[in-house]
Design a protein around this ligand. Structure first.
Ligand SMILES: NC(=O)C1=CN([C@@H]2O[C@H](COP(=O)(O)OP(=O)(O)OC[C@H]3O[C@@H](n4cnc5c(N)ncnc54)[C@H](OP(=O)(O)O)[C@@H]3O)[C@@H](O)[C@H]2O)C=CC1
Ligand SMILES: CC(=O)N[C@@H](CCC(=O)OP(=O)(O)O)C(=O)O
Length: 345
């Protein structure tokens, strides 16, 4: 059994970790933290978990966490990095869903996150948890940095094109749309039903903190310099990311069978699904599933390729992907506990 702790068990990614981990046959959840709910039964706060879990929330405590085999941090940025050095020193493996270890360059991280990094010396040790790109390194990771929700969809959508050198890598554009759960469970005015429903907006157009993370990942896939225009949007749905990605094809790209390039790239991937030509993915098809669905089109056979990608921000964009990485780190079957299809309707 893998003994796990979850820091931040009352947030949306925390409760999604719980939903998936209670059904994982080889995981024992040893502790779940919340400062605000310390002492309260987990199933009292989340009745969906009644009968599945018999634990109370506790205050975060590094000594108790260090007794676990793995600790998930489902906390805002600037939390995991305070505990990670002690946990790693104790031999506990850390799976961080926050952004603390996603960007390798401490100065760049500090510029976008507006804080001083607490342990920049560990940034080189952190493995970026995108299995489709880094599976081998994930298996031996002590410190795992889970990708952000937008970065997962955008990187999986551009990866086959960049790895095969089929596009002008400075022409990349990503218009991505998130549901409100992407912003977490704290009450923010923008995410109230009366603010977000029946409306649609772009935000952070001048620069979103996922931009450096995405460009870092795309640069590693490309032999040429990468430049991306990334525009996030908020849509009145609870879960889901839909990304529409654009790039200019180069000569090799114009000559290639792009549908086949994508199908070949992801043929062995359990959680990336390339749709048949002419079908377009919808967020409703992947709700609750650890899946990214993709479609590739070259409108009017011109020079721009359009990739559409969907995922559930809380599953392939967060908790599901974190468990996929845990499975790899602990020599489990990669799909264990996360193979369920999406919820319909
Ligand atoms: N929502 C999403 O779709 C995605 C989120 N992420 C990332 O995952 C992380 C969690 O996100 P999400 O679940 O949405 O966040 P929430 O705001 O919903 O939950 C945050 C959790 O962290 C706990 N927490 C907050 N501050 C601290 C602290 N200083 N020490 C210990 N625990 C703390 C909170 O409990 P309490 O305050 O009671 O201790 C709460 O349980 C974030 O870094 C987010 O960027 C990544 C991908 C997708
Ligand atoms: C809708 C919404 O507000 N989304 C969040 C996504 C951030 C998030 O969850 O951050 P990580 O994926 O980096 O952990 C935002 O744009 O700030």
């Amino acid at each position: 059994m893998i003994k796990v702790g979850i820091v931040g068990g009352t947030g949306y990614t925390g409760v999604e970790l719980l939903r998936l981990l209670v059904a994982h046959p080889n995981v024992e959840i040893a502790l779940i933290t919340s400062r605000a709910e310390s002492g309260r039964e987990v199933a009292d706060l989340f009745p969906s978990l009644r009968g599945h879990i018999n634990l109370c929330f506790t205050d975060p405590d590094d000594d108790a966490l260090a007794a676990c085999d793995a600790v998930f941090f489902a906390t805002p940025h600037n939390v995991a990095m305070r505990s990670v050095p002690a946990l790693i020193a104790a031999g506990t493996r850390v799976i961080d869903l926050s952004a603390d270890f996603r960007i390798r360059d401490a100065a760049l991280w500090e510029r976008w996150y507006g804080e001083v990094h607490a342990c920049p010396e560990l940034l080189d040790d952190a493995v970026y948890g995108l299995p489709e790109r880094n599976r081998k390194q994930i298996r031996s990771a002590r410190l795992l940095a889970c990708p952000g929700c937008y970065p997962t969809a955008v990187q999986l959508g551009f990866m086959p094109l960049l790895e095969a050198g089929l596009v002008d890598s400075t022409s990349l554009i990503a218009n991505a749309v998130s549901g409100v759960s992407g912003a977490g469970r704290q009450a923010k005015i923008d995410n109230l039903l009366s603010e977000a429903s029946d409306s649609f907006k772009a935000y952070a157009v001048g620069g979103h903190r996922h931009l450096p993370e995405i460009e870092q990942g795309l640069s590693a896939m490309s032999s040429e310099a990468v430049a991306l225009t990334f525009v996030p949007h908020l849509a009145p749905m609870i879960r889901g990311i839909h990304a529409t990605l654009y790039a200019s094809l180069n000569e090799a790209g114009r000559a290639a069978d792009l549908q086949k390039v994508f199908e070949d790239c992801y043929a062995q991937e359990p959680f990336v699904d390339v749709l048949p030509a002419g079908q377009y993915p919808q967020t409703r098809s992947v709700r609750g599933a650890n899946s990214c669905q993709l479609a590739i089109t070259v409108p009017q056979d011109r020079n721009t390729v359009v990739v559409t990608a969907v995922e559930d921000n809380l599953v392939k964009g967060a908790a599901g992907q974190a468990i996929q990485c845990m499975n790899l780190m602990f020599d489990q079957v990669e799909t264990l506990g996360i193979a369920q299809p999406g919820l319909l309707p």
